[in-house]
Design a protein around this ligand. Structure first.
Ligand code: 2AM
Length: 484
C-alpha cells in the first residue's frame, strides 16, 4: 500500500469519524484532520487506534499526505464554515484536485461552490450522506452531485462504503450536476418528515381514538413492519413504543411533545413553493412540527376550546387495519409529490436526474429505507418517464384498493377530533389530482372581477385570454397576468 492517503476527511465529529472508520474498513487509507487539533490525537488514540488512518495537524500536512488528484472531504457544520474551509484549503490544491462537502448543505450553496471552484480548476462535489451515525459507520446512503469530472475519482470509495440494497446494488450513484446531490438529499429529508408525521398520526389515532396502550401499539407497528409498510421508521417506532423507562412505564409517554427541526424539511417546502409544485404532505409535516412547538399556547387553548366527546364505537381491530391502509396510500401520495418536486427541480436547474437510481440510493442506509422504495424503483424501471407514481399500474392499484379504508380513517379522525393533517392532505391531493375539473374556473372569474386578470374559456383555444366587465363599472382593459 502506498504511504500516501487516498482521501482526507476534515471534521472529526461523529459523522466524520464514522465515515473514516468505514473507509478504513474497506481498505482505503484516510487522512484525518480537524480544526481543534487535539481531536485528531483523541481519535487516533481512541476509535482509530490500530487502523491505517493518518492523523495530520495542519492543512499543509494534509495536502502533502494525499495522492493526486487529491480528494478532500469536508464533514463540518453546514453554512459559512464550509466556505471558510474551502477558502483555506483551495490555495494549497492543484488543478484537478477534488473538494467534497458531505454536510447537510443547501443546494444553492453547492451550485455556487461547484461554479466558483471550477473557475479555479478545482472539482467540487456536494453530497448528501444519510443514515445517521450508524449509517456512516456501517453503510450510509450517499447522494453525490457537483462537477461530473470528479465522479470517476470518488466512485470507488463512495460505492464501497455505501449501504447495499437487498439486491446488492450500492445505495450511491451519481445524481447530477452542481447542487443535484444536495437537492436530492434535501428532498429525502422532506420525505422523512412526511413519513414520521404519518406514523405519529397513526399513533395518536390508536392512542387517543382507540385507547390503545404503548405495548399494544408496539405490537401493531411490529406487525406492519412485516407487510407493505416494512421500513426502518416503522421498525424503530415499534421499538420506541416498547421501550420502558426505569419505572417500567413506556418512556415515549414521558417525552415532551414539542418537535425540533434543523431546516431541510422547511427548505423542501420553500423550494416546492418557489417551483410551484404541490408538495402538500411535507408542508403539513413541517407545519405540524411548528404547531407542536407552541406548547404553551396549546395548553392555554385546550382550556378554552372544546372538541367532540364521543368515543370510538366500532371494531378496533378492523380500524387498525384501516389505518395501515391509510398510511400506505398517504405514503404513495407523499413520494409521488416528492418525485414531482425532483422532476420540476431537474427542469429548473437543468439536471438529468435518474429517478429509478434515486429510489435505489434510498433503498438502504438512509432513514427512509424501505421495501416500498423497491416498488418505486420497479415503477421507474417500467417507465423512466413516468409522470406521477400515482398513475403507475402498481401504485394506482394500491391507491384504489386502499381508498375506502383511507376515507373511513379520516372521517373517523375528524369525528373524534384527532388531528391528522398529513393523512388528510394526502387524500385531498389524491382527490384533486384525479379530478378532471376543479373549481378554479370560479377563482379565475374572481380574479378577473376584482383585478381584471383575464381568463381562458373552455370553448376557445388555450392561450386566448378574455376579460369581462362584470359590474358594468370596470373598463375593458385587462391587467397583465402571471403564472406561478
Ligand atoms: P471543532 O471540532 O474544531 O469544533 C462538526 O461540528 C465539525 O465542524 C467539527 O469538526 C468542528 O470542528 C467543525 N466546525 C464547527 N464550527 C467550525 C468553525 N467555525 N470553523 C471550523 N470548523 C468548525
Amino acid at each position: 500500500m502506498s504511504a500516501l492517503g487516498d482521501i482526507a476527511v476534515v471534521g472529526l465529529a461523529v459523522m466524520g469519524q464514522n465515515l473514516i472508520l468505514n473507509m478504513n474498513d474497506h481498505g482505503f487509507k484516510v487522512v484525518a484532520f480537524n480544526r481543534t487539533v487535539s481531536k485528531v490525537d483523541d481519535f487516533l488514540e481512541g476509535p482509530a487506534k490500530g487502523t491505517n488512518v493518518i492523523g495530520v495537524r495542519s492543512i499543509e500536512e494534509m495536502v502533502k499526505a494525499l495522492k493526486k488528484p487529491r480528494r478532500v472531504m469536508l464533514m463540518v457544520k453546514a453554512g459559512g464554515v464550509v466556505d471558510e474551509f474551502i477558502d483555506a484549503i483551495a490555495p494549497h490544491l492543484e488543478k484537478g484536485d477534488i473538494i467534497i462537502d458531505g454536510g447537510n448543505s443547501n443546494y444553492d450553496d453547492s451550485i455556487r461552490r461547484t461554479k466558483s471552484l471550477a473557475e479555479k480548476g478545482l472539482l467540487f462535489i456536494g453530497t448528501g450522506v444519510s443514515g445517521g451515525e450508524e449509517g456512516a459507520r456501517r453503510g450510509p446512503s450517499i447522494m453525490p452531485g457537483g462537477d461530473p469530472r470528479a465522479w470517476p475519482h470518488v466512485k470507488e470509495i463512495f460505492q464501497a462504503i455505501a449501504a447495499k440494497a437487498p439486491d446488492g446494488l450500492p445505495c450511491c450513484d451519481w445524481v447530477g450536476e452542481d447542487g443535484a446531490g444536495h437537492y436530492v438529499k434535501m428532498t429525502h429529508n422532506g420525505i422523512e418528515y412526511g413519513d414520521m408525521q404519518l406514523i405519529c398520526e397513526a399513533y395518536q389515532l390508536m392512542k387517543e381514538g382507540l385507547g390503545m396502550s404503548a405495548d399494544e401499539m408496539s405490537a401493531v407497528f411490529a406487525n406492519w413492519d412485516e407487510g407493505d409498510l416494512d421500513s426502518y421508521l416503522i421498525e424503530i417506532t415499534s421499538e420506541i413504543l416498547g421501550f420502558k423507562d426505569d419505572d417500567g412505564k413506556a418512556l415515549v409517554e414521558k417525552i415532551l411533545d414539542t418537535a425540533g427541526q434543523k431546516g431541510t424539511g422547511k427548505w423542501t417546502g420553500i423550494s416546492s413553493l418557489n417551483l410551484g409544485v404541490p408538495v402538500t404532505l411535507i408542508g403539513e409535516a413541517v407545519f405540524a412540527r411548528c404547531l407542536s412547538s407552541i406548547k404553551d399556547e396549546r395548553v392555554q387553548a385546550s382550556k378554552i376550546l372544546t372538541g367532540p366527546k364521543g368515543k370510538f364505537s366500532g371494531d378496533k381491530k378492523a380500524f387498525v387495519q384501516d389505518i395501515e391502509q391509510a398510511l400506505l396510500a398517504s405514503k404513495i401520495v407523499s413520494y409521488a409529490q416528492g418525485f414531482m418536486l425532483l422532476r420540476e427541480a431537474a427542469k429548473e436547474y437543468k439536471w438529468n436526474l435518474n429517478y429509478g437510481g434515486i429510489a435505489t440510493m434510498w433503498r438502504g442506509g438512509c432513514i427512509i429505507r424501505s421495501v416500498f422504495l423497491g416498488k418505486i424503483k420497479e415503477a421507474f424501471d417500467r417507465n423512466p418517464g413516468l409522470s406521477s407514481l400515482m398513475v403507475d399500474p402498481y401504485f394506482s392499484g394500491v391507491l384504489n384498493k386502499c381508498q375506502a379504508a383511507w376515507r373511513r380513517v379520516i372521517a373517523t379522525a375528524v369525528e373524534l377530533g384527532v388531528p391528522v393533517p398529513a393523512l388528510t392532505t394526502a387524500l385531498c391531493f389524491f382527490d384533486g389530482y384525479r379530478s378532471e375539473t376543479l373549481p378554479h374556473n370560479l377563482l379565475q372569474a374572481q380574479r378577473d372581477y376584482f383585478g381584471a386578470h383575464s381568463y381562458e374559456r373552455i370553448d376557445k383555444p388555450r392561450g386566448e385570454f378574455f376579460h369581462t366587465n362584470w359590474t358594468g363599472r370596470g373598463g375593458k382593459v385587462a391587467s397583465s397576468t402571471y403564472t406561478v
